[in-house]
Structures are given as C-alpha cells and as structure tokens.
Design a protein around this ligand. Structure first.
Ligand code: DOR
Ligand code: ZN
Ligand code: ZN
Length: 449
C-alpha cells in the first residue's frame, strides 16, 4: 500500500488537507481533514484510521496495513509513505493525443523517453497516435506496438488505429476492436502522410463502436466530416462518437456548436499551444498543425471553455529534433507532455480557469469518452493516477524547467520563457510506479482500453 500524506484535495471548490491510500491500481481511501493519528501508543504501534476504513499500524518507523477488524499478524502488508509537502492533489492527466514515435522514429522519441516525460509532467495515461513509420493500419503493427509499450512504458497507455481508404474490415475485426481506444482519421496531410479520401469509408467508419478522432485540417475538413456523420446517422441511426482533435479556430467552434445541437456524442479537444501561444507573437521553433491561431480565435477558444463547449485538453505531444526544426521546411509538431500540466494549472492558480473545469478537461472527460468510465472527483475507487503539484516560481528554459532537463528526446519546448506557478512533484500511476521529486520508480503499467 502507498499513502500520500500532507496534501490538499479539492472538495466543493475548497482545498482541504487530506491523505490518500492507494492499493495496486486504485485509490482505496481518502481521509479528508487532519489525519486522525492516534498518538496513544497501543503496544508500541501508532494507529492511523481513515473514514473509509483504512487502518494502518506503525511500528519502529514502518507502516503496516490491516483491515479494521484484523488482528496484527504476519500477513500484514508494508506501507510506503510519501510526504506531499502540502501540495495540491489533482487527477493525473489522461492524455488522448500523444505521438510516441516508436516503432520507426526512435531517434525522435521512444516509449521509454516519452513515458518518462509523461510521468514527470503529471500525465498518467497516454493514448498513442498511429502515424508511425510505418503507420498502424493493420493488426501486425498494432500488436508490435502493444508489445513494446508493455515492456517500456512508465505510464498507462492505449492506442488509436489509423483508417485508410481500404482497411475498414481490419478495423471491424474483434482483435483490433478489443485493443484500440479510437480510430484516427486524417483528412489533411501531416506527419506520416496518412489520408482518407473515400466518402463511403468516412461514413461507414461510424458503424464500428470506437470513437472516431479527426485531424480535420481546418473548417473544410470539419464540414466534410460533419456531413459524413450526419449521413451515417441517417443510414444507421446508432453510430460511434465523433471526436474533433485540436480545434483552433472561431469558425470551427461555430460549426461544432451547431452540430452539437443535433448530436450529443460529438466531442472536441484543444491543445495548450493553441490556448496560450499566438501566431503573431510566437518566437520559438517553427511549425505545427493546425498552425497557431490569432488573438480573436484564442479568445473564442477560452470563451468556448467557459461555455462548456470544449471537452478535453490533449497535449498533441509531437516530438521532432531541434535540428529538424531548423530545416528550411521543418516537420510540424510541438512536444508537450512536460509542460501541459504546469502551464494550465498555473493558469488555474491565476484564476483564468477553474480547477474543477481542468479536472474534467484533462482527465474525467477523456476517461468518459474513451473508456466509458464516469468520475467527478478523486475518491475511493478512482484509478491510482494522481499528481501532487507544488507551488513555486519556475521558468521554462531552452532545455527544461528551471535547470531540470526535459525527458523527451526533443529536448525543447514551444513554451520557452513561460513563468510557472506550479509543477508536478509527485506523479503516481500505481502503488509501485511513481515519480518523486526527480526520481523514477517503474513497475507494471497497463493498457487502458
Ligand atoms: O503538428 C502536428 N504534428 N500535427 C499533426 O497533426 C501531426 C503531428 C506529428 O505527428 O508530428
Ligand atoms: Zn493532428
Ligand atoms: Zn497529433
């Protein structure tokens, strides 16, 4: 068992002191208020008792867990204790949009470096995109990736499968369905060169049950897929959810708002770089798709968050090397796993956005859309995927945050120069797998869907 003591937890809008107990991959107890430590010694044991029935006994500096009624015997489990140092406990990010790059382009990123970056950044589950080299368009590539992730990942993981003009049958197969979180559709050219043109395929993909994620390439692509979604509904009536990746324009928001009046299962994602970086003032390494937006689009995105139109924040972590970025035609994409949580939670501390809203956008909503799991707060039964943020004044520099080097092989950030108010200090993925102030502990991680 793992106990994180001395943390603050959000309850009805207020941060209150608490501790959480974790067993395996679940939270098994949340103790709000001051922990009830019974200083009275019972045969040299100190007892900690939570509201939810977790009872621990401490003997000579070691905690052991017993159930409420159990007597102290040999079967007791040892308990690890982490000191949260008064930090904020938030849900680990469930990132629906990550480009890990392995297999195929390990020089840009591999499962080891990518998942370590995630863990350090407070991201506890990553859903990997299929635009590898070669792309994940068949069972063979999918199962290869599953094997690699299982061996190397420091965080929990899932996979999106790419649609082509001719692989629908493969996508409908039970083996593929059982192992994917979503089907990714590229309607415009980007890294990897995947593209779907056949309109019948774009309609029929909504018959398989997994959410269909779209790289639209802008308003024309969005209009096209909304038309196909509508056609699919008219033809089949029961269809899969539609998920629009990295929305960045006011015009896209207008189209989406209209479509959502008719369909409740249309979801949309925004990235931190489209929320915080403006095309006119950005001076970092170039090129991302969709391109950075203008001020009025950014204002529309923030307003859409306020109105509840945006469902998720995805990092769209898309690592490319500094050398590649300095080429005359650089590949598109920004790394983001290590900056997303610090950047957006710093905004929450500055009251730009509510903590409860961020919990939904970074975690609860993605779990609902891709795993059909419903959560509204961190409580008993919640996955053991949590982060403790510590306050401070930190700066994103050329190669890291405040002198601590990035784990991503990209080694740079579009947020260079950003001032941060918080950063992850503890990230837990399960009882035996966590990041603690610069140190990594890895044990079994799991596939989330
Ligand atoms: O900027 C981007 N980079 N946009 C994408 O759609 C793909 C991504 C990548 O894989 O590099
Ligand atoms: Zn994309
Ligand atoms: Zn992407």
């Amino acid at each position: 068992m793992l106990i994180i003591e001395n943390i603050k937890i959000l309850r009805s809008g207020d941060w209150i002191s608490s501790s959480v107990a974790i067993q395996g991959s679940r939270i098994i107890g949340v103790l709000c208020g001051e922990p009830r430590y019974f200083s009275k010694r019972e045969n040299s044991f100190i007892r900690i008792c939570s509201e939810t029935g977790v009872v621990c006994l401490k003997k000579r500096g070691l905690y052991r867990k017993v159930s409420r009624l159990a007597t102290l015997d040999e079967s007791m489990e040892e308990v690890k204790i982490l000191d949260g140092e008064g930090g904020y406990l938030i849900p680990g990010m469930f990132d629906p949009h990550v480009h890990v790059r392995e297999p195929g382009q390990e020089y840009k990123e591999d499962w080891h470096s990518c998942s370590k970056a995630a863990l350090k950044g407070g991201v506890t589950s990553i859903l990997d995109m299929p635009n590898n080299k070669p792309p994940v368009v068949s069972k063979k590539e999918l199962f290869k990736k599953i094997r690699i992730a299982g061996k190397k990942s420091y965080v929990n993981y899932g996979f999106h499968f790419a649609l082509t003009d001719c692989n629908l049958e493969e996508i409908f197969s039970e083996e593929v369905q059982r192992n994917i979180c979503g089907v990714k559709v590229y309607l415009d050219k980007t890294t990897g060169g995947l593209l779907v043109k056949d309109e019948r395929v774009l309609i029929n993909v909504f018959v398989q049950p997994r959410p269909v994620l779209i790289h639209t390439g802008g308003t024309a692509g969005l209009e096209k897929i909304l038309y196909c979604y509508d056609s699919a509904f008219k033809k089949y009536s029961s269809i899969s959810p539609l998920y629009i990746c990295h929305i960045s324009l006011k015009d896209e928001l207008r189209l989406l708002e209209k479509a959502r009046k008719n369909y409740k299962d249309i979801f949309c994602e925004v990235t931190p770089h489209h929320l915080f970086l403006e095309s006119n003032t950005y001076r970092g390494l170039p090129s991302v798709k969709p391109p950075l937006s203008k001020k009025e689009d950014i204002e529309a995105l923030w307003e859409a968050i306020e109105r509840g139109l945006i469902d998720t924040i995805g990092s769209d972590h898309a690592p490319h090397t500094v050398d590649e970025k300095k080429l005359p035609s650089p590949p598109a994409g920004f790394p983001g796993l290590e900056t997303t949580i610090p950047v957006i939670y710093s905004a929450a501390l500055e009251e730009l956005i509510g903590f409860d809203v961020l919990f939904r956008l970074t975690s609860f909503n993605s779990r609902k859309i891709f795993c059909k799991k419903l959560y509204s707060e961190i409580n008993e039964g919640y996955p053991a995927e949590v982060v403790v943020l510590k306050d401070g004044d930190f700066t994103v520099t050329a190669g890291g945050i405040d002198g601590e080097k990035f784990e991503t092989k990209a080694g740079w950030s579009p947020f260079q120069g950003f001032k941060l108010k918080v950063k992850p200090f503890i990230t837990v993925v399960n009882e035996n797998c966590f990041y603690l102030n610069g140190n990594y502990y890895r044990n079994r991680t799991r596939k989330v869907c």
